[in-house]
Write a protein that binds this ligand. Sequence first.
Ligand SMILES: [Fe+2]
Length: 230
Amino acid sequence: MRYDKEKGSRRAFIKTTSAGVTSVALAATVAASAGPEAAVTEAPKARREGPPLAVTPACSGHETPASIEGPLFKPDSPERSDLITPGIRGVRLDLGGVVYDTACKPLPGTLLEFWQCDQNGDYDTSGFSLRGHQYTNSRGAFQLRTIIPRDYWGRWGQRAPHIHTQVQAPGGPVLITQLYFPDDTEAYGRDFAALNAADRLLNRACVIGLGASDNGHYTGTFDFVLKTTA
Ligand SMILES: [Fe+2]
């Protein structure tokens, strides 16, 4: 309840901002084949266990690059960190991270909005499947339970798998960006290296750090660095 009023205004702000962004039609089309698989790397975390508001060496202070919003953002998503709803059967992803300001101070109460396509490359445009918003905790941390999205064909050609995100510290400007996956990600039988190389919107600074996979269930981290004033 503490943030209800503030939340309302921030949500409204994101809505306004989104409506003002130039949208270009992005026809989400289903591609073929599938086949969840496993992959390997180190599990991250730890930094989220640190003391509240501590400066963390892992933070570079470099602002997270922005990207286009695309036309498929929908306002008024449910507040939730778990996007695994009935019918979602993709390669599981638990994504966590911390939101910092450019001085590397964690930002509690930061609004994060996530939306993405499903295991077939489809966005839910009639409901809120794989859409949700949440707020960072007192340590500036967030957790998202979701799946790795599928690649799809759109106005910009074949899009590498990505998660759309809006991030806004209390009273700050909205960062709109997209998160991507490492070249060696194994999901749906797709060649992530080729998909990433061919995606002209992809920014390597926005690639999620993927942890160990357990039967196709990934753990990943991504820390955002935001401006807190316009
Ligand atoms: Fe997209």
